[in-house]
Design a protein around this ligand. Structure first.
Ligand SMILES: [Zn+2]
Ligand SMILES: [Zn+2]
Length: 243
C-alpha cells in the first residue's frame, strides 16, 4: 500500500521536473524576449504604481471633496456671503424716503422706527438721496436693479432681510437678540445735517453743475452726488468697499 505512494511522488517529481523544464523554457523564452519588454515593464511599473495609487485616489477624493461640500456648504455659506464687512457694530438699513410706491415707503418708515427704538447706531442709507447706494446694495446682495426691494436690513454686518422679516423677528422677540450684541449709541438728530445724513454741496450750491471758463461751459461737480449732496461728515458712514 505504501509503495505506490512512494512511487507516485517519484513520478510526480519527474513530471514536475518536466514541467519545470517547460516552465524554464517559457521563462527562457520570456527572458530572451524580455530585454526589450522588461525595460518597458520596468519603466511602466513604477510609473503605473506612482500614477495609479497616488493620483487616482487623490483626484477622486479631491473631486469628492469638491463635489460633496460645495452643494452642502452653499446653503450655510450664503448668509455670510451676504454681509457687509466693517458694519459689525451697527445696523445698516437701505431704504427710500420717496413716496413713489406707498407700500415701500410705509415699509421703510416702519422698519426704521422699529430699529431706531433699540438705541444702537443705525446707518441709514437712503437710495433716493444717493444713487451710489443703489450700486452698493446691488453688489452686496448680488442682484440686478429690477430685483431690488426696500428696505434691506443688515444687523451686525449680517443680512437679515426686508420689512416682513424685521416685523416677524420683532414680534417673536428675536430681533432684540440680534441687536443685543451691538454697542448702544445716543440717537438723536445730527446737529450738522439735522438727521438727513446729507448736506448741500458748497462747491456747486446743490446744482451738481459747475461753470468753468476753461471748459467754456458747465461740467458736473466732482464733489457731490447727482443730487448736489455730500454725505454728512458728522454722522454718515463711509461707503462700503464693494469691489
Ligand atoms: Zn457739488
Ligand atoms: Zn449729520
Amino acid at each position: 500500500m505504501w509503495r505506490p505512494w512512494t512511487k507516485t511522488p517519484s513520478r510526480i517529481h519527474d513530471t514536475t521536473s518536466q514541467f519545470s523544464c517547460s516552465s524554464f523554457k517559457d521563462i527562457q523564452n520570456l527572458c530572451t524576449e524580455d530585454p526589450v519588454p522588461t525595460t518597458n515593464i520596468l519603466t511602466k511599473k513604477p510609473s503605473i504604481f506612482h500614477r495609479a495609487p497616488r493620483p487616482q485616489p487623490d483626484t477622486s477624493s479631491f473631486d469628492a471633496n469638491k463635489n460633496l461640500p460645495q452643494p452642502q456648504d452653499l446653503e450655510p455659506l450664503q448668509p455670510p456671503k451676504i454681509s457687509i464687512p466693517g458694519a459689525e457694530k451697527r445696523i445698516v438699513v437701505y431704504f427710500t424716503s420717496l413716496r413713489v410706491v406707498r407700500s415701500t415707503f410705509e415699509d421703510c418708515k416702519s422698519v426704521r422706527s422699529i430699529l431706531r427704538a433699540f438705541r444702537v447706531q443705525v446707518d441709514e442709507r437712503d437710495l433716493s438721496m444717493d444713487s451710489s447706494f443703489v450700486n452698493e446694495l446691488q453688489v452686496i446682495l448680488g442682484v440686478g436693479q429690477g430685483k431690488l426691494t426696500l428696505p434691506r436690513v443688515f444687523i451686525g454686518g449680517r443680512y437679515i432681510g426686508g420689512a416682513e422679516e424685521i416685523r416677524q423677528l420683532h414680534e417673536t422677540g428675536e430681533l432684540k437678540m440680534f441687536v443685543e450684541g451691538l454697542p448702544t449709541a445716543d440717537i438723536g438728530a445730527c446737529d450738522v445735517c439735522g438727521g438727513y445724513s446729507f448736506l448741500l454741496c458748497n462747491d456747486c450750491d446743490g446744482s451738481h453743475k459747475m461753470y468753468t471758463e476753461k471748459a467754456g461751459g458747465f461740467k458736473s461737480c466732482t464733489v457731490c452726488n447727482e443730487n448736489g449732496l455730500i454725505r454728512c461728515p458728522s454722522c454718515s458712514f463711509p461707503p462700503f468697499s464693494t469691489v
